[in-house]
Write a protein that binds this ligand. Structure first.
Ligand SMILES: *[C@@H]1O[C@H](CO)[C@@H](O)[C@H](O)[C@H]1NC(C)=O
Ligand SMILES: *[C@@H]1O[C@H](CO)[C@@H](O)[C@H](O)[C@H]1NC(C)=O
Ligand SMILES: *[C@@H]1O[C@H](CO)[C@@H](O)[C@H](O)[C@H]1NC(C)=O
Ligand SMILES: *[C@@H]1O[C@H](CO)[C@@H](O)[C@H](O)[C@H]1NC(C)=O
Ligand SMILES: *[C@@H]1O[C@H](CO)[C@@H](O)[C@H](O)[C@H]1NC(C)=O
Ligand SMILES: [Zn+2]
Length: 279
Protein backbone atom coordinates (compact mmCIF):
# COMPACT_ATOMS: atom_id res chain seq x y z
CA UNK A 1 0.00 0.00 0.00
CA UNK A 2 2.84 2.41 0.85
CA UNK A 3 4.34 1.62 -2.50
CA UNK A 4 1.22 2.78 -4.29
CA UNK A 5 1.49 6.24 -2.74
CA UNK A 6 4.74 6.60 -4.66
CA UNK A 7 3.09 5.85 -8.00
CA UNK A 8 3.92 8.60 -10.46
CA UNK A 9 2.48 8.70 -13.98
CA UNK A 10 5.99 8.36 -15.42
CA UNK A 11 6.43 5.05 -13.58
CA UNK A 12 3.26 3.48 -14.87
CA UNK A 13 4.65 1.97 -18.09
CA UNK A 14 7.54 0.49 -16.12
CA UNK A 15 5.25 -1.06 -13.55
CA UNK A 16 2.92 -2.39 -16.21
CA UNK A 17 5.85 -3.99 -18.01
CA UNK A 18 7.19 -5.51 -14.80
CA UNK A 19 3.82 -6.88 -13.91
CA UNK A 20 3.40 -8.43 -17.32
CA UNK A 21 6.83 -10.03 -16.97
CA UNK A 22 5.97 -11.64 -13.66
CA UNK A 23 2.57 -12.93 -14.70
CA UNK A 24 4.04 -15.52 -17.02
CA UNK A 25 0.73 -17.24 -17.69
CA UNK A 26 -0.17 -14.30 -19.94
CA UNK A 27 1.45 -14.89 -23.29
CA UNK A 28 3.87 -12.20 -24.37
CA UNK A 29 2.50 -10.18 -27.23
CA UNK A 30 4.01 -7.38 -29.25
CA UNK A 31 2.10 -4.09 -29.39
CA UNK A 32 0.55 -4.05 -32.84
CA UNK A 33 -0.22 -0.99 -34.93
CA UNK A 34 -3.95 -1.47 -35.31
CA UNK A 35 -4.89 -3.56 -32.29
CA UNK A 36 -8.10 -5.54 -32.36
CA UNK A 37 -9.65 -6.31 -29.04
CA UNK A 38 -11.62 -9.41 -28.24
CA UNK A 39 -13.00 -11.35 -25.30
CA UNK A 40 -10.51 -14.11 -24.63
CA UNK A 41 -6.87 -15.04 -24.77
CA UNK A 42 -4.23 -12.68 -26.06
CA UNK A 43 -6.63 -9.89 -27.00
CA UNK A 44 -9.07 -10.42 -24.11
CA UNK A 45 -10.05 -8.04 -21.28
CA UNK A 46 -7.09 -9.03 -19.05
CA UNK A 47 -4.62 -7.68 -21.61
CA UNK A 48 -6.52 -4.83 -23.29
CA UNK A 49 -4.05 -2.36 -21.72
CA UNK A 50 -1.25 -4.05 -23.63
CA UNK A 51 -2.90 -3.78 -27.06
CA UNK A 52 -2.24 -0.03 -27.24
CA UNK A 53 -0.80 2.74 -25.10
CA UNK A 54 -4.13 4.55 -25.23
CA UNK A 55 -5.75 1.68 -23.30
CA UNK A 56 -3.97 2.39 -19.98
CA UNK A 57 -7.25 3.11 -18.15
CA UNK A 58 -8.29 -0.53 -18.71
CA UNK A 59 -5.66 -1.59 -16.14
CA UNK A 60 -5.21 1.50 -13.97
CA UNK A 61 -8.57 3.31 -14.08
CA UNK A 62 -10.47 3.41 -10.81
CA UNK A 63 -13.89 4.23 -12.25
CA UNK A 64 -14.23 1.34 -14.67
CA UNK A 65 -17.33 -0.43 -15.97
CA UNK A 66 -19.18 -2.74 -15.69
CA UNK A 67 -19.75 -3.09 -11.95
CA UNK A 68 -21.93 -5.10 -9.61
CA UNK A 69 -24.73 -2.57 -9.03
CA UNK A 70 -25.76 -2.20 -5.41
CA UNK A 71 -27.84 0.45 -3.73
CA UNK A 72 -24.73 1.74 -1.96
CA UNK A 73 -22.43 2.18 -4.97
CA UNK A 74 -24.86 4.01 -7.26
CA UNK A 75 -27.38 6.84 -7.01
CA UNK A 76 -30.88 5.49 -7.49
CA UNK A 77 -33.24 7.78 -9.36
CA UNK A 78 -35.87 8.99 -9.21
CA UNK A 79 -35.50 9.69 -5.53
CA UNK A 80 -39.26 10.04 -5.14
CA UNK A 81 -42.39 9.12 -7.08
CA UNK A 82 -43.31 12.72 -7.76
CA UNK A 83 -43.91 13.48 -11.43
CA UNK A 84 -41.64 16.54 -11.10
CA UNK A 85 -38.75 14.30 -10.10
CA UNK A 86 -39.49 11.84 -12.93
CA UNK A 87 -39.56 14.66 -15.48
CA UNK A 88 -35.89 15.52 -14.88
CA UNK A 89 -34.87 12.28 -16.67
CA UNK A 90 -36.25 11.19 -20.04
CA UNK A 91 -35.26 8.63 -22.64
CA UNK A 92 -36.51 8.32 -26.21
CA UNK A 93 -35.46 6.61 -29.42
CA UNK A 94 -36.90 7.45 -32.85
CA UNK A 95 -39.18 4.99 -34.64
CA UNK A 96 -38.00 3.11 -37.73
CA UNK A 97 -41.26 1.88 -39.33
CA UNK A 98 -39.39 0.53 -42.38
CA UNK A 99 -36.70 -1.05 -40.21
CA UNK A 100 -33.03 -0.14 -40.30
CA UNK A 101 -29.63 -1.82 -40.36
CA UNK A 102 -28.26 -4.14 -37.67
CA UNK A 103 -24.53 -4.52 -38.16
CA UNK A 104 -22.24 -7.28 -36.90
CA UNK A 105 -19.06 -5.44 -35.85
CA UNK A 106 -17.38 -8.68 -34.82
CA UNK A 107 -17.34 -7.55 -31.19
CA UNK A 108 -21.07 -6.70 -30.96
CA UNK A 109 -24.30 -6.30 -32.95
CA UNK A 110 -25.06 -2.60 -33.40
CA UNK A 111 -27.85 -0.35 -34.72
CA UNK A 112 -27.15 3.31 -35.56
CA UNK A 113 -30.25 5.27 -34.54
CA UNK A 114 -31.36 8.72 -33.38
CA UNK A 115 -32.79 9.52 -29.98
CA UNK A 116 -32.50 11.77 -26.93
CA UNK A 117 -31.58 11.41 -23.28
CA UNK A 118 -32.27 14.27 -20.87
CA UNK A 119 -30.76 14.00 -17.42
CA UNK A 120 -31.56 17.00 -15.26
CA UNK A 121 -30.68 19.87 -17.59
CA UNK A 122 -28.29 18.05 -19.89
CA UNK A 123 -29.42 16.81 -23.31
CA UNK A 124 -27.60 13.97 -25.07
CA UNK A 125 -28.11 12.58 -28.59
CA UNK A 126 -28.15 8.87 -29.32
CA UNK A 127 -25.22 7.57 -31.38
CA UNK A 128 -26.05 3.85 -31.50
CA UNK A 129 -27.25 0.93 -29.46
CA UNK A 130 -25.62 -2.51 -29.20
CA UNK A 131 -25.80 -5.74 -27.22
CA UNK A 132 -23.73 -7.91 -24.89
CA UNK A 133 -24.12 -11.62 -24.00
CA UNK A 134 -24.14 -12.23 -21.08
CA UNK A 135 -24.94 -8.94 -19.32
CA UNK A 136 -21.98 -6.77 -18.33
CA UNK A 137 -23.52 -5.23 -15.21
CA UNK A 138 -24.72 -7.36 -12.36
CA UNK A 139 -27.53 -6.16 -10.12
CA UNK A 140 -27.05 -7.29 -6.51
CA UNK A 141 -24.68 -9.94 -7.88
CA UNK A 142 -27.24 -11.34 -10.34
CA UNK A 143 -26.25 -11.37 -14.01
CA UNK A 144 -28.62 -11.55 -16.98
CA UNK A 145 -28.35 -13.35 -20.33
CA UNK A 146 -28.14 -10.08 -22.29
CA UNK A 147 -27.70 -6.35 -21.85
CA UNK A 148 -28.42 -3.56 -24.34
CA UNK A 149 -26.42 -0.31 -24.27
CA UNK A 150 -27.84 2.92 -25.71
CA UNK A 151 -24.82 5.21 -26.18
CA UNK A 152 -25.48 8.97 -26.08
CA UNK A 153 -23.25 12.00 -26.58
CA UNK A 154 -23.78 15.59 -25.35
CA UNK A 155 -22.70 18.69 -27.32
CA UNK A 156 -19.66 18.92 -24.99
CA UNK A 157 -18.77 15.38 -26.21
CA UNK A 158 -19.35 13.76 -22.82
CA UNK A 159 -20.95 10.32 -23.02
CA UNK A 160 -23.91 8.77 -21.24
CA UNK A 161 -25.05 5.17 -21.59
CA UNK A 162 -28.43 3.69 -20.73
CA UNK A 163 -27.93 -0.03 -19.97
CA UNK A 164 -30.90 -2.36 -19.79
CA UNK A 165 -30.53 -5.99 -18.64
CA UNK A 166 -32.57 -8.58 -20.55
CA UNK A 167 -34.15 -11.74 -19.17
CA UNK A 168 -35.29 -14.86 -21.07
CA UNK A 169 -39.05 -15.12 -21.22
CA UNK A 170 -41.91 -16.61 -23.25
CA UNK A 171 -42.31 -13.40 -25.25
CA UNK A 172 -40.11 -10.52 -26.38
CA UNK A 173 -40.81 -6.84 -26.25
CA UNK A 174 -41.66 -6.44 -29.99
CA UNK A 175 -38.75 -4.13 -30.86
CA UNK A 176 -36.34 -6.85 -29.70
CA UNK A 177 -37.70 -9.67 -31.85
CA UNK A 178 -37.95 -7.21 -34.78
CA UNK A 179 -34.40 -6.01 -34.25
CA UNK A 180 -33.12 -9.56 -34.80
CA UNK A 181 -35.78 -10.58 -37.31
CA UNK A 182 -33.33 -11.49 -40.08
CA UNK A 183 -30.53 -12.79 -37.89
CA UNK A 184 -30.43 -16.50 -37.67
CA UNK A 185 -28.16 -17.18 -40.16
CA UNK A 186 -24.73 -18.55 -39.56
CA UNK A 187 -23.52 -16.55 -42.58
CA UNK A 188 -23.84 -13.25 -40.67
CA UNK A 189 -20.14 -12.77 -39.93
CA UNK A 190 -18.13 -9.73 -38.82
CA UNK A 191 -18.83 -6.83 -41.17
CA UNK A 192 -22.16 -8.25 -42.38
CA UNK A 193 -25.44 -6.42 -41.85
CA UNK A 194 -29.03 -7.54 -41.56
CA UNK A 195 -32.22 -5.51 -42.04
CA UNK A 196 -34.41 -5.20 -38.95
CA UNK A 197 -38.18 -5.38 -38.84
CA UNK A 198 -40.11 -2.21 -37.86
CA UNK A 199 -38.73 -0.68 -34.68
CA UNK A 200 -40.97 1.24 -32.28
CA UNK A 201 -39.51 2.16 -28.90
CA UNK A 202 -42.67 3.58 -27.29
CA UNK A 203 -42.99 0.58 -24.97
CA UNK A 204 -39.30 0.66 -24.11
CA UNK A 205 -39.51 4.37 -23.22
CA UNK A 206 -42.40 3.72 -20.82
CA UNK A 207 -40.63 0.70 -19.33
CA UNK A 208 -37.36 2.54 -18.76
CA UNK A 209 -38.92 5.75 -17.44
CA UNK A 210 -41.00 3.81 -14.91
CA UNK A 211 -37.99 1.86 -13.63
CA UNK A 212 -35.39 2.66 -11.02
CA UNK A 213 -32.26 4.02 -12.68
CA UNK A 214 -28.89 3.30 -11.05
CA UNK A 215 -26.49 6.11 -11.88
CA UNK A 216 -22.73 6.13 -11.47
CA UNK A 217 -19.70 7.59 -13.22
CA UNK A 218 -17.86 4.79 -15.03
CA UNK A 219 -16.14 3.98 -18.32
CA UNK A 220 -16.49 2.47 -21.75
CA UNK A 221 -16.56 -1.33 -21.29
CA UNK A 222 -14.37 -1.74 -24.38
CA UNK A 223 -10.90 -0.33 -25.16
CA UNK A 224 -9.76 2.39 -24.58
CA UNK A 225 -11.90 2.08 -21.37
CA UNK A 226 -12.20 5.90 -21.21
CA UNK A 227 -13.71 7.22 -17.98
CA UNK A 228 -16.21 10.00 -17.30
CA UNK A 229 -19.08 8.02 -18.83
CA UNK A 230 -22.42 8.77 -17.11
CA UNK A 231 -23.98 5.34 -16.60
CA UNK A 232 -27.73 4.84 -16.20
CA UNK A 233 -28.43 1.17 -15.50
CA UNK A 234 -32.09 0.21 -15.46
CA UNK A 235 -32.88 -1.80 -12.32
CA UNK A 236 -35.16 -4.44 -13.86
CA UNK A 237 -34.87 -6.57 -17.00
CA UNK A 238 -36.65 -6.42 -20.34
CA UNK A 239 -38.00 -9.69 -21.76
CA UNK A 240 -36.48 -11.54 -24.70
CA UNK A 241 -38.04 -14.74 -26.07
CA UNK A 242 -36.07 -17.97 -26.15
CA UNK A 243 -35.80 -18.30 -29.94
CA UNK A 244 -34.53 -14.72 -30.40
CA UNK A 245 -32.08 -15.13 -27.54
CA UNK A 246 -30.60 -18.28 -29.11
CA UNK A 247 -30.15 -16.56 -32.48
CA UNK A 248 -28.39 -13.57 -30.91
CA UNK A 249 -26.13 -15.74 -28.77
CA UNK A 250 -25.10 -17.83 -31.75
CA UNK A 251 -24.11 -14.84 -33.89
CA UNK A 252 -22.63 -12.61 -31.19
CA UNK A 253 -20.83 -15.15 -29.02
CA UNK A 254 -19.39 -14.09 -25.65
CA UNK A 255 -18.77 -10.33 -25.47
CA UNK A 256 -18.92 -9.17 -21.86
CA UNK A 257 -16.08 -7.54 -19.93
CA UNK A 258 -15.64 -8.97 -16.42
CA UNK A 259 -16.98 -7.11 -13.36
CA UNK A 260 -14.73 -4.21 -12.31
CA UNK A 261 -13.98 -3.00 -8.79
CA UNK A 262 -16.42 -0.54 -7.20
CA UNK A 263 -16.14 3.11 -8.28
CA UNK A 264 -13.11 4.71 -6.64
CA UNK A 265 -11.47 1.39 -5.66
CA UNK A 266 -8.12 0.25 -7.06
CA UNK A 267 -8.43 -1.48 -10.44
CA UNK A 268 -8.28 -5.28 -9.94
CA UNK A 269 -5.52 -5.60 -12.55
CA UNK A 270 -3.42 -3.02 -10.71
CA UNK A 271 -3.99 -4.64 -7.31
CA UNK A 272 -3.17 -8.15 -8.58
CA UNK A 273 -0.01 -6.72 -10.14
CA UNK A 274 0.97 -5.11 -6.81
CA UNK A 275 0.30 -8.38 -4.97
CA UNK A 276 2.57 -10.32 -7.33
CA UNK A 277 5.34 -7.72 -6.91
CA UNK A 278 5.35 -8.23 -3.15
CA UNK A 279 6.09 -11.96 -3.40
C1 LIG B 1 -21.68 -1.60 0.28
O1 LIG B 1 -22.12 -2.54 1.24
C2 LIG B 1 -21.33 -3.71 1.30
C3 LIG B 1 -21.93 -4.66 2.31
O2 LIG B 1 -23.29 -4.78 2.12
C4 LIG B 1 -19.90 -3.35 1.69
O3 LIG B 1 -19.10 -4.53 1.66
C5 LIG B 1 -19.35 -2.33 0.71
O4 LIG B 1 -18.07 -1.93 1.14
C6 LIG B 1 -20.26 -1.12 0.59
N1 LIG B 1 -19.76 -0.27 -0.47
C7 LIG B 1 -19.72 1.05 -0.37
C8 LIG B 1 -19.21 1.79 -1.57
O5 LIG B 1 -20.08 1.65 0.63
C1 LIG C 1 -42.77 4.54 -5.50
O1 LIG C 1 -43.95 3.77 -5.67
C2 LIG C 1 -43.76 2.38 -5.63
C3 LIG C 1 -45.08 1.66 -5.88
O2 LIG C 1 -45.99 2.49 -6.48
C4 LIG C 1 -43.19 2.01 -4.26
O3 LIG C 1 -42.92 0.61 -4.23
C5 LIG C 1 -41.89 2.76 -4.02
O4 LIG C 1 -41.39 2.48 -2.73
C6 LIG C 1 -42.12 4.25 -4.17
N1 LIG C 1 -40.82 4.93 -4.09
C7 LIG C 1 -40.63 6.04 -3.38
C8 LIG C 1 -39.23 6.57 -3.38
O5 LIG C 1 -41.51 6.60 -2.76
C1 LIG D 1 -30.51 10.92 -37.61
O1 LIG D 1 -30.88 12.28 -37.79
C2 LIG D 1 -30.10 12.95 -38.74
C3 LIG D 1 -30.48 14.42 -38.72
O2 LIG D 1 -31.86 14.58 -38.65
C4 LIG D 1 -30.30 12.31 -40.11
O3 LIG D 1 -29.52 12.94 -41.08
C5 LIG D 1 -29.89 10.85 -40.02
O4 LIG D 1 -30.16 10.19 -41.22
C6 LIG D 1 -30.64 10.14 -38.90
N1 LIG D 1 -30.09 8.80 -38.73
C7 LIG D 1 -30.84 7.73 -38.56
C8 LIG D 1 -30.14 6.45 -38.44
O5 LIG D 1 -32.05 7.80 -38.51
C1 LIG E 1 -32.47 23.28 -14.66
O1 LIG E 1 -32.34 24.63 -15.13
C2 LIG E 1 -33.31 25.48 -14.55
C3 LIG E 1 -33.21 26.84 -15.24
O2 LIG E 1 -31.88 27.11 -15.62
C4 LIG E 1 -33.08 25.57 -13.06
O3 LIG E 1 -34.04 26.42 -12.47
C5 LIG E 1 -33.22 24.15 -12.47
O4 LIG E 1 -32.92 24.19 -11.09
C6 LIG E 1 -32.30 23.17 -13.16
N1 LIG E 1 -32.61 21.85 -12.70
C7 LIG E 1 -31.68 20.95 -12.32
C8 LIG E 1 -32.20 19.63 -11.87
O5 LIG E 1 -30.51 21.19 -12.36
C1 LIG F 1 -28.80 -15.09 -44.40
O1 LIG F 1 -27.64 -14.40 -44.77
C2 LIG F 1 -27.46 -14.29 -46.15
C3 LIG F 1 -26.12 -13.61 -46.40
O2 LIG F 1 -25.84 -12.63 -45.45
C4 LIG F 1 -28.64 -13.49 -46.73
O3 LIG F 1 -28.52 -13.41 -48.13
C5 LIG F 1 -29.95 -14.19 -46.37
O4 LIG F 1 -31.04 -13.42 -46.81
C6 LIG F 1 -30.04 -14.38 -44.89
N1 LIG F 1 -31.22 -15.17 -44.54
C7 LIG F 1 -32.03 -14.82 -43.55
C8 LIG F 1 -33.17 -15.72 -43.27
O5 LIG F 1 -31.86 -13.82 -42.89
ZN1 LIG G 1 -21.66 -1.92 -24.53
Amino acid sequence: MKFMLLLLPSMIPVITAMCDHRTSHFKKRAIVAAPEFGYHGDNGPLVWHRLSEVNTACALGRHQSPIDIKTNNTIVRPTSNSSADRRTWSFSVERYPQGTELKNLGTTLEVVANGTLIDRNKTYSLLQFHFHTPSEHRINDEYYPLEVHFVFEAPDQSLAVVGVPMEISAESDPWISNCFKNVGNSTMGAGDASHTGPLDFTGLKAFVERSKIHQYSGSLTTPPCSEGVAWNVVGRPLNIDVATYRKVKKVMGYNARYTQSDPGEVNDLESSCMASMHH
